[in-house]
Design a protein around this ligand. Structure first.
Ligand SMILES: Cc1cc2nc3c(=O)[nH]c(=O)nc-3n(C[C@H](O)[C@H](O)[C@H](O)COP(=O)(O)OP(=O)(O)OC[C@H]3O[C@@H](n4cnc5c(N)ncnc54)[C@H](O)[C@@H]3O)c2cc1C
Length: 396
């Protein structure tokens, strides 16, 4: 027997909106509950990997994203003293994806595109100013309570309410892991680094034992990210002087780059103990957070939402037993721990390595990998998260 009640999705961030699109595409009614008065305008994630674009294409959202973003065909690793140490062309992935590149597009554009798609879709309700306080799994269904006391009942609740998830806390699910001592500062500037740095790719990571950084192009802006040592007070990082000093690390001639946005982030590596507990499910930042080196947090969240929607739709329609949802947990939590957490921690350690032997090993590895087509293909499968999706599909 199909369920009668809608799936309650808490949080209209990119992951909640992808889940709403994927579930409703399969005929499952959804109610999305968003705390904000409107969709968030925060830039945060801006990298979309190839398989994520394939998934968004299946939901009807990729074309608009591509039209509003920048297609980045190359990925570069550099060091401040040696210049380019590895240069990769995503085009070699054309045998395994319809989108063999990275798309640089701010995540707030995705939620708006999905909102436009879903606005009039039957069975979809999106409610703003609806901050959820908690949920109760009643066995036959699940009840969600808003902070204003309103109660809603659904077949299942999906917590896509970000790193501080009220759903995760209410279900008593631990968020295991650690917080890095340093914070990350993002400065964005309309200054065009590509006109001044020879052969600069749209996505370029700089390894440096004193202060690594990366440069990433989004429409109309470059975003530069720097680590900030624990002892520097938050207020100081947002001053003009601090920003000038950071830009001068890219090169003394860049000290005066105008700054459009300055944002300081705390950085964590945490994974929820389970992504599935009875009628409560978690996806996206509510389920896992990691440092942004490699652009895997949001992409992994989209992969969660798509994987879950397929299984939850079968369970909701009465075509599969509820334990199919355990497979979602095994597959997505499995690769989050094995692949995303491990890879993002390694990305940070490679860029910041102070030991000359470790530095040399990383540089030699990048040079050798980019020079060998077979190794470069394998490497890009990992970087673009196709590897983690293949691994997930192998988990029973
Ligand atoms: C500087 C930076 C750069 C990044 N770059 C990338 C990148 O390039 N690629 C990438 O893959 N990832 C990136 N990330 C990570 C990415 O931003 C997150 O993984 C992504 O936002 C997660 O989406 P989400 O929908 O799970 O959660 P969120 O985006 O946090 O959305 C959660 C939503 O839930 C709502 N909400 C919260 N609490 C409640 C409640 N109690 N009731 C109702 N609604 C609630 C919020 O208002 C919000 O709309 C980056 C992160 C940072 C900080």
């Amino acid at each position: 027997m199909p369920e009668q009640k809608p799936v309650l999705i808490v949080g209209a961030g990119p992951v909640g909106m992808v889940a709403a699109a994927a579930l409703s595409q399969r005929g499952v009614p959804v109610t999305v509950l968003e705390a904000g008065a409107e969709l968030s305008g925060e830039m945060r994630g801006s990298t979309f990997h190839a398989p994520t674009l394939d998934m968004l294409d299946d939901l009807g959202a990729a074309k608009a994203m591509i039209a509003q973003g920048i297609v980045a065909p190359r990925l570069q690793y550099r060091s401040r003293d040696q210049g380019i140490i590895g240069d990769f062309d995503f085009g070699v992935l054309a045998d395994v994806t319809r989108h063999p590149y990275r798309l640089q597009c701010e995540q707030f554009k995705l939620t708006r595109i999905l909102h436009d798609l879903l606005r009039d879709r039957p069975g979809v309700s999106i409610r703003f100013d609806a901050r959820v306080a908690g949920c109760t799994d009643r066995g036959e269904d699940v009840e969600v309570v808003l902070e204003d006391g309103t109660r809603l009942v659904g077949s299942h609740v999906l917590g896509t309410d970000g790193a501080r998830s009220a759903i995760r806390k209410s279900a008593g699910i631990e968020f295991e892991g650690f917080t890095w001592p340093e914070r990350f500062l993002v400065l964005s500037t309309p200054f065009d680094f590509a006109e001044h740095i020879n052969e600069l790719a749209d996505v370029s990571y700089y390894a440096d034992p004193e202060e690594w950084f990366f440069l990433l192009r989004v429409p109309g802006l470059w975003r530069a990210m720097f680590p900030v040592p624990a002892e520097v007070p938050d207020e100081e990082t947002l001053t003009e002087a601090y920003g000038r000093a950071r830009f001068s690390r890219i090169g003394p001639e860049f000290e005066d780059c105008p700054v459009r946005h300055r944002t300081l982030y705390r950085v964590h590596q945490r994974v929820a103990k389970t992504f599935h507990q009875g009628r409560v499910l978690l996806a996206g930042d509510a389920a896992h957070i990691n440092n942004p080196l490699g652009g895997m947090g949001l992409n992994g969240g989209v992969h969660d939402a798509v994987n879950l929607s397929e299984r939850l739709a079968s369970v909701w329609q009465g075509e599969a037993a509820p334990d199919l949802l355990d497979q979602y947990d095994r597959q997505r939590r499995g690769v989050t721990v094995e692949h995303v957490q491990r890879q993002t921690i390694a990305n940070k350690q490679n860029l910041e390595a102070k030991d000359p032997n470790a530095q040399r090993a990383f540089r030699e590895r990048m040079a050798a990998t980019s020079a060998d087509p077979v190794r470069a293909h394998e490497f890009l499968l990992g970087v673009s998260m196709i590897g983690s999706l293949r691994r997930a599909a192998e988990i029973a």
